[in-house]
Design a protein around this ligand. Structure first.
Ligand code: FAD
Length: 447
């Protein structure tokens, strides 16, 4: 029997594939719901509220395999036209994100000098490959400081809720490093690489949470069961109470700080390494307006906030009913404002009334509010997104080496090899493929 601690997408995916391969699995979840950061609910008018993640990118074959195995291919929903406008809110204006060369020339987000500096990029010499350089240092070296505040910081805040200074290049954007090493220039590299269509956001009709619902249907999950102790006796694992069972293998699919806590008595060195991974919080406010309550209807995908502009602690606003029109009732506008991250950590402590006030002020600023919204749903996510800080790749390498020395125990989670839903799905599938022959051999030897 295999125990999986944590019923986020990592734990559910691992459980699903192991069960498909014929193993007995049991999942333990501390909360009263499964899915971790992937949970969707229906609001008062049937609008779909994604409490945290709203989808996944479609450039990961492991996601396609999972969707197919669950029989969800027909429902796999692409977001609106990938070419629809992305905005950067800068100096109190929405500016188109300069994602094409023409837009880059015209953008007000960079000064003429900063644009001229971009032209020097092909002549900047290669940096060393094996460094713990931050994303910010890399950008400044290759492109100048210009794009950092107005282009790079808003974009990475939308993914990692962190500053580019606090993120390690090779753990977060390895492609940039690869292009520099292979072609000596990002621009040359992008031109030479074969053009495939960029990854596109996908989800399911009832929200991203539908994926976890479908997975959970097939799996034995014990909710409201926090695992607080991990011990090994006679080659079997046990938790705090023998009544929870005895297991040949345990997968800890929980955040690094939770893994650190469970492993502290058993493996203090490994626990110490895991506890070095810090997390940022995020707060999501989903708002539903009637069309006529806003002067201007949002168009495009959403807006990220330039680091030179303050918008009441917001990192970005997603125009949900534009991205996935079926998420909102007809003649309504549904949006999601993401607050917080390492840029505005204090927002986590705001009370609901203040978050509602800020949410309405932001809508008024961006679209002109004529009448109050139908509803605002606020979800606070404490210690939600791991920070892949400089040194992260080496730290994870060391953690993997430690875990290889332990038999019967594996780690999964968004702090290892990618924070995206697609990364968690890929890593969980890969772990099950690695474990399958080992567990089968162990079973055969016992039998
Ligand atoms: C606000 C927000 C928006 C996001 N948006 C996107 C997006 O749009 N697209 C995208 O690709 N990614 C997005 N992400 C990232 C992505 O959702 C997460 O990285 C991913 O869902 C993490 O899955 P996980 O299973 O590794 O961990 P979690 O989802 O953290 O699951 C871990 C589970 O373990 C449980 N647990 C913890 N400790 C114990 C214990 N001791 N005993 C039992 N259970 C325990 C927890 O309760 C939780 O259910 C977003 C994240 C956040 C926070």
């Amino acid at each position: 029997m295999i125990a999986i601690v944590g019923s986020g997408i990592s734990g559910l995916t691992a459980g699903f594939w192991l069960q498909k391969q014929g193993f007995d699995v049991r999942i333990f979840e501390q909360k009263n719901h499964y899915g971790g950061w992937i949970k969707s609910t229906a609001g008062p008018l049937g609008e779909i509220i994604d409490e945290a993640a709203n989808g996944w990118l479609n450039n990961e074959p492991a996601v396609d395999r999972l969707i197919q195995a669950l029989g969800l291919e027909d429902q796999h929903l692409p977001a609106c036209d990938p070419k629809s406008e992305r905005w950067i809110y800068h100096q109190n204006k929405l500016c188109p994100a300069p994602l094409t060369p023409l837009k880059l020339i015209k953008t007000p987000l960079l000064s003429i000098l900063e644009k001229c500096r971009l032209l020097l990029e092909p002549f900047v010499s290669k940096g060393p490959i094996n460094t713990e350089q931050s994303l910010a240092d890399f950008i400044k070296r290759r492109l100048g400081a210009g794009p950092l505040d107005t282009l790079v910081a808003p974009m990475v805040a939308g993914i990692y809720a962190a500053h580019p200074e606090d993120l390690e290049l090779k753990s977060t954007f390895p492609l940039l490093l690869e292009l520099e090493q292979e072609y000596g220039s990002l621009f040359k590299g992008l031109r030479k690489r074969k053009r495939s269509s960029p990854p596109h956001l996908h989800s399911l009709p009832r929200g991203a949470g539908q994926l976890c619902e479908q997975l959970a249907k097939t799996l034995p999950i014990s909710l409201n069961t926090p695992i607080t102790e991990l011990k090994q006796s006679q080659n079997l694992w046990e938790f705090q109470s023998p009544s929870l069972g005895r297991f040949e293998h345990v997968i800890l699919a929980i955040p690094a700080y939770a893994q650190a806590k469970l492993l502290e008595p058993l493996k203090p060195n490994l626990s110490e390494k895991l506890s070095k991974i810090k997390y940022n919080h995020a707060l999501v406010a989903s708002t539903l307006y009637e069309h006529q309550s806003l002067k201007n209807k949002p168009t495009g995908f959403g807006a990220l906030i330039s680091r030179q502009t303050e918008l009441l602690g917001a990192l970005g606003v997603l125009f949900t009913s534009e991205i996935f029109p079926s998420r909102a009732p007809q003649n309504h506008v549904l949006t999601r404002i993401i607050f917080g991250g390492s840029r505005y950590p204090e927002t986590l402590e705001l009370d609901t009334q203040e978050i509602h006030r800020r949410t309405r002020t932001i809508h008024d600023e961006l679209f002109g509010e004529h009448a109050p919204p139908v509803s605002i749903s606020v979800h606070k996510h404490r210690s939600a997104i791991p920070c892949y800080a400089p040194g992260h790749a080496q730290l994870i390498q060391n953690i993997k080496e430690d875990i290889q020395k332990l038999s019967g125990l594996s780690l999964l989670g968004n702090h290892i090899d990618g924070v995206g839903v697609k990364d968690c799905i890929r890593n969980a599938e890969a772990l099950t493929l690695h474990l399958s022959p080992i567990l089968s051999n162990a079973n055969a030897n016992r039998g």
